[in-house]
Ligand binder design. Structure first.
Ligand SMILES: [Cu+2]
Length: 323
């Protein structure tokens, strides 16, 4: 009897030691710095003004982050619009509070032959995984030569929940052809529910254009889609030298105890908000700095009604030029 009580107590004690929330997972990413040719205005036109551009004005050789399958098997497929593996922004790194993320990085920049790195906001990590070059102090992970691999170990803790940038922080971050080495981190709370849709908007500037996810003008920037009744999350971030004011037509959300429909985002700042969709339409989202909008920082958000027919109204024609 005594034995049984002791055993029961032992079970109770061991249960108490086990955390009440689920243990975090170990997540692995294989991400390379890959040279690529990038067209900022693949349609060659701004459908609002009718201005046209030649490919020679809108195309650059540059270096981007791309994700590979396990152990560098092959490039992960790209998905339309937000892509996730077309290069700008780089692949989205996802985790939940409690997870440990291993990012295996390989520098494949044979085009420019520069050393690169990855530096992550939001996560907790040891100094050796900082990925930021300090002369005479940091190791190879802060300045990875072409052909070399390193692994960054990142921990998502309670203070890590949110959306964050990652980018190169080797000396190459000061070179024009490496200004395209950036991407987004999305860390969910342990018990935070997934939104039905997630729209990623990264403001930056390339080749003199003001870009959203590396593209300029409607039909080149992402066209996001949703349906009335869906819970939609917008992740907004800026990279580069400018401050932007994200604005979404026909919608408003709560921030700092007030209703807003426009919010600032400066270099390396990032934030998210959620809305439950109730306004069908083909809405503009854009930076409200006027000359930024004029230079391409504008896109469409198409919200269909509950019926299948939706509200596309000539919208597909706008996108005809998109590859
Ligand atoms: Cu702007």
């Amino acid at each position: 009897m005594v034995k049984r009580v002791v055993l029961a107590l032992g079970v109770l004690v061991s249960l108490a030691v086990v955390p009440t929330t689920a243990q975090g997972a170990n997540i692995h990413y294989w991400i390379g710095a890959v040279p690529t040719e990038w067209n900022v205005v693949p349609s060659g036109r701004d459908p609002v003004t009718g201005n046209t551009f030649l490919p020679t004005q809108t195309t650059m050789n540059t270096v981007v982050y791309k994700r590979f399958t396990r152990n560098w098997g092959q490039l992960m497929p790209n998905r339309f619009w937000v892509g996730d593996n077309d290069g700008i922004p780089g692949p989205t790194i996802r985790a939940r509070e409690g997870d440990t993320v291993f990012v295996h990085f390989r520098n494949m920049d044979t085009m420019f032959g520069q050393s690169h790195s990855m530096h992550f906001h939001g996560f907790h990590y040891d100094f050796s995984s900082d990925g930021a070059f300090v002369p005479g102090v940091t190791g190879v992970a802060a300045n990875v030569p072409v052909g070399r691999n390193v692994t960054y170990r990142l921990r998502a803790r309670r203070g890590s929940v949110g959306v964050w940038p990652y980018h190169t922080h080797s000396p190459s971050m000061h070179m024009p052809e490496s200004k395209t080495l950036y991407g987004m981190i999305v860390i969910r709370g342990r018990n935070e529910r997934k939104p039905v849709r997630e729209n990623i908007v990264v403001f930056s500037e390339h080749l003199g254009f003001q870009t959203i996810n590396g593209r300029a003008f409607i039909g080149n920037t992402p066209t996001f889609r949703s349906r009335v009744g869906e819970r939609v999350q917008w992740n907004v971030m800026a990279i580069g030298d400018s401050h932007h004011t994200y604005h979404l037509h026909g919608h408003r959300w709560r921030y700092a105890n007030q209703n807003i429909d426009t919010r600032n985002v400066g270099p390396a700042e990032s934030w998210k908000f959620r809305i439950t969709e109730d306004e069908p339409g083909t809405w503009l989202y854009h930076c409200h700095v006027n000359f930024h909008m004029d230079a391409g920082m504008v896109g469409l958000y198409q919200v269909a009604g509950r019926s299948v027919s939706g509200t596309s109204g000539g919208f597909e024609g706008l996108l005809a030029g998109r590859p």
